[in-house]
Structure formats: C-alpha cells, structure tokens
Design a protein around this ligand. Structure first.
Ligand SMILES: Nc1ncnc2c1ncn2[C@@H]1O[C@H](COP(=O)(O)OP(=O)(O)O)[C@@H](O)[C@H]1O
Ligand SMILES: [Mg+2]
Length: 327
C-alpha cells in the first residue's frame, strides 16, 4: 500500500457576494498517495480550480475557505502561518496553470526567472543556479538551453513556455505538482508531448500529481485515480480503469459518452443536456437531477449520500441507494 501524501478532509470553499453564497467547493474529501496521479474531472464551473487553489491557500476575497482540513506531512495546511505556507508552496507543492504567459513576467528573461526560483529555494551561487537552470531546461526536453535562458517569454511558443513552467515547478523538487488544465490551450500534438513529460517526471522522481482537466481523454492518459466533480461536490471516484469500465453516476456516463473515440466516427458527438447549475441557487436535491435521464422523485428533494460500491469506487446517486435498483 502506498502512503498518503496529502489528505483533504471536508473542505468547503465559498464565495460571497451581497446576500448570495456560491458553494464552489462543498464538503469534499480525497487523498493523493505518494507517486500517484489523481485527476479531477468535470465541466467548467464545477469547482476544480477552486479545489486546487484551496490546497495552495491561494483563495482571495470574496472567496473563503470556510472549513475542513488539508493534512500534509502531519500538519494542517489550513492552520499554518502565512510564512510557513509560503515555504510549502515553494518547496513541496508546485503549481502549473493553463496559461503560462500569465505566470511569467514579460520583462525578465526565462533564465532570470528560472534562476530566481532556484536561488529562492536553495543556498547556491548564481553560477551553480545557472547550471541548474540549464539542466532543468534539458530535463523538460527543450533544445539549445543556452539560448533559451536568454530569451524573453514572448519569444517562445505556448508549448515551450509550458515546458519552462514545468522546469520552474521542478526547480524545488516538489513532492506534489498541481497541474490545472496545463494542456488545454495547446495543440493536440504539443499536448501529448507535455503529458508525456509529466508522466516521465512522475516515474523518475516519484512525484505525486493532482491533474485537473475537463477532458476525459487526458484523464485516460494520466490518471491512476479519478475524482468526478459536479457543482462543488464529488459525485463519483474510482481507480481509472474501473471508472472507464464501470461508471456508476449518470453524469460520469454522460462525460464518457461525450468523449470522441478513435476509430468510431459518430454522426454527432453526444452532449449532456442543460448546464451546471448556478452555485448560489442550489437547493436540497441531487444537483444533477435536472439533467439526469434517470431522475426519480426522490432525486429532486434529497441529496444522495456518497456511498461505496467497493473500497475505492464511490458514487452519490439514488439509483444505488439501498432498497432501490442496484446494478
Ligand atoms: N473569483 C471568484 N469570484 C466569485 N465566484 C467565484 C470565483 N472563482 C470561482 N467562483 C465560483 O466557483 C465556481 C467554480 O469555479 P472553478 O473552480 O474556477 O471552476 P472550474 O471547475 O471550471 O475550475 C464558479 O462557478 C463560481 O461560482
Ligand atoms: Mg478551472
């Protein structure tokens, strides 16, 4: 059994506006084991990014982490002082975002930004940091590292910049990399290369990865374990093969049906009808009930419990509650 690296317990992160509260993340729990890739998947607006930003304690007004625990190395990240959390952010947990351009400073060279990151975390000379920067650029598969450190962000392509972001993330030897839709803005071929790179890094350094995506194709490539989020809740979770073979929740099935399959050209790709509800207007019910093809009366008035189909396969759906259909 692999050890847990991080455990999220009953996390709630809400956004406040006037009289309204948007429950962006509402009482979710999950764990990431050492050397494991956990994917969070769901449509836009389901709370995926808020989950990852909560782990990094990067939620700002009008958002607030209302309650819960995030246990890392026997400590609760949510109780740590700002200074200590900054240390964790730099050294233990690194984050890669969808738009590398917004994370890099346009007026500094790639080398300056990479070296600054390296020197912030280790006590080494500028020359050693420079060598380390070149080594990292090689590790992330970019040729002509000497030239790249002298370039400015706008001189590189999106794929190259994302590799630089990965190099910056690696500069602190993180135990966990959180990647929030890191390939969504890239061409398919470049996307495949970046996914490959992240997989190699995981294999080489036994890094854990929390990978956030709306794309089940990417999940199939990357995940060991999958968490499906809908309207701020986890509605299904399972090891990746189990989830693809034996999905339980109608939402997961819908996501799977909307995924193109190589070699099978369909007339038109399936799409789940309707949209994610407004998170400030949720009432007691299964939040997916309005869109569900198997909606029953109870689904409209009561939220289903999150139940275990097996130790690692869980879902929240009235179809599987005791006394009702159990497939
Ligand atoms: N800065 C913000 N201000 C107000 N509400 C926000 C903010 N960021 C996120 N939210 C709320 O949280 C929900 C989930 O957002 P997010 O986690 O970014 O979704 P996604 O799954 O697409 O990453 C949004 O639909 C919105 O209701
Ligand atoms: Mg997002």
């Amino acid at each position: 059994m692999k050890e847990d690296l991080i455990k999220v317990n009953n996390l709630k992160t809400y956004f406040y506006a006037d009289e309204e509260v948007s429950k962006a993340v509402d009482n979710i729990s999950f764990r990431i084991k050492k050397g494991e890739t956990v994917c969070i998947v769901g449509e836009s607006g389901c709370g995926k990014s808020v989950t990852s930003l909560s782990i990094m304690r990067l939620i700002n007004e009008p958002g607030k982490i209302v309650s819960g625990e995030i246990i890392y190395d026997n400590k609760d990240l949510l109780k740590m002082r700002e200074n200590d959390i900054r240390n964790i952010r730099g050294n233990e947990i690194a984050m890669i975002f969808q738009e590398p351009m917004t994370s890099l400073n346009p007026v500094f060279t790639i080398g300056q930004q990479l070296i600054e990151g390296i020197m912030e975390h280790t006590l080494i000379s500028k020359k050693e940091a420079n060598n380390k920067a070149i080594e990292l650029i090689n590790i992330v598969g970019l040729p002509r590292a000497e030239e790249i450190i002298k370039s400015y962000p706008h001189e590189l392509s999106g794929g190259m910049l994302q590799r630089i972001m990965i190099a910056i993330a690696l500069s602190c030897n993180p135990k966990l990399i959180i990647a929030d839709e890191p390939t969504t803005a890239l061409d398919v071929t470049i996307q495949a290369q970046i996914l490959d790179l992240l997989r190699n890094i995981k294999a080489e350094y036994n890094t854990s990865i929390l990978f956030i995506t709306h794309d089940l194709g990417v999940v199939a490539e990357m995940a060991d374990y999958v968490i499906v989020m809908y309207a701020g809740k986890i509605i299904e979770e399972a090891p990746v093969l189990e989830l693809f073979k034996n999905p339980k929740h109608q939402y997961t099935m819908g996501l799977l049906k909307s995924k193109p399959i190589i070699g099978q050209r369909r007339e038109r790709l399936y799409s789940i009808k309707g949209q994610v509800p407004d998170l400030s207007e949720l009432k007691e019910s299964c939040y997916f009930s309005d869109r569900c093809e198997k909606c029953m009366d109870i689904c409209k008035t009561k939220m289903p419990k999150f139940i275990s189909e097996s130790n690692s396969h869980k879902t929240a759906c009235w179809l599987y509650e005791e006394g009702v259909i159990y497939e």
